[in-house]
Design a protein around this ligand. Structure first.
Ligand code: ADP
Ligand code: MG
Length: 282
């Protein structure tokens, strides 16, 4: 596993003195889906702003692959092409008068070759199924459509790493599912995906890696199956264990279920076994 982004002893202090992140050592791995989990105010957004270069660490270093982050304008433009950030509120991200212009906006900042920009916009419209609404003003769209437009605008820049700050925050379960499907499709093409949430149940089935953030520090990081073993760390962070996992533990299932389907299957096996035992005993 190769790291896409590494943080070494990174701290971040806001200008009002709030120490939002303290001594963070973290590796985000290439091609993996990483969920960053923590309560409100834990420091998740501050951390994502560091990954994308919006925040510059007060101390410590970040590296993209092996290259330390630089904070001059040219390096930052380059960094943001490689690390795209999806904001929680689409209305904060959408600025253009039409979906088409929204997607071309970032591309025009990096090239004035009209043909190339048009090609990239058309590809993004097709890929995210936005052709039919290309001329519509983003503020007239549904929450789910707005998120897709934001995602299309970011992905048109072809970043290696996609950083999503609570992307399901304004979405109902249908659009949340759709969002995860979109992220999975991008991940299947090799993109590294980072996703913040305060809800373990939302990301338990989806993520490869989990990072628990609490009061500006990393409480745990690693593959999901490993991190969920640390029940007390979840408690200390004010988080609960995934419901599916917890039910599996109560029932002493082996192995513990990694998703709802596995839980259902294990319960069926258990039921069948109990039924057979009852028949044999009678
Ligand atoms: N612009 C800001 N100025 C000062 N303090 C901030 C700012 N943004 C966030 N904070 C503080 O930094 C801490 C972490 O916030 P944040 O990263 O937004 O947490 P999360 O995304 O996990 O909810 C909180 O204590 C919050 O109040
Ligand atoms: Mg946040």
């Amino acid at each position: 596993m190769k790291p896409a982004i590494t943080l070494h002893q990174v701290s971040y202090r806001y200008s009002n003195g709030v120490m939002a992140l303290k001594d963070i050592n973290l590796s985000i791995f290439q091609g993996k889906k990483t969920a960053i989990l923590g309560r409100n105010g834990a420091g998740k957004s501050t951390l994502l702003f560091l990954l994308n270069g919006i925040n510059k660490p007060s101390t410590g270093t970040l590296k993209l692959k092996d290259i330390p982050y630089q904070y001059d304008n040219r390096s930052l433009r380059n960094l943001r092409r490689q690390v795209g950030l999806l904001f929680p509120d689409p209305d904060a991200q959408l600025v253009a008068p039409s979906v088409y212009e929204e997607i071309s906006f970032g591309l025009l900042n990096i090239s004035n070759e009209k043909k190339w920009v048009e090609q990239r916009v058309d590809q993004a419209l097709e890929r995210f199924e936005l052709e039919a609404i290309a001329k519509i003003a983003p503020h007239q769209l549904s929450a789910g459509q707005k998120k897709r437009v934001c995602l299309a605008a970011i992905m048109a820049m072809e970043p290696e790493v996609l950083v999503c700050d609570e992307p399901a925050s304004s979405l109902d379960p249908y659009y949340t599912r759709q969002m995860f499907d979109e992220l999975d499709k991008l991940n299947a093409t090799g993109k590294t995906i980072i996703y913040t949430s305060h809800d373990i149940d939302q990301v338990y089935e989806w993520a490869d890696h989990l990072v628990l953030v609490h009061e500006g520090s990393i409480a745990a990081q690693g593959p999901v199956a490993e991190v969920v073993q640390h029940e007390n760390t979840f408690k200390d962070c004010g988080l609960h264990l995934p419901v599916v996992f917890e039910v599996g533990k109560w029932l002493h299932l082996e192995p513990l279920p990694a998703n709802l389907e596995e839980l259902k299957k294990a319960l069926k096996v258990r039921q069948r076994k109990m039924f057979t035992e009852r028949v044999e005993n009678n």
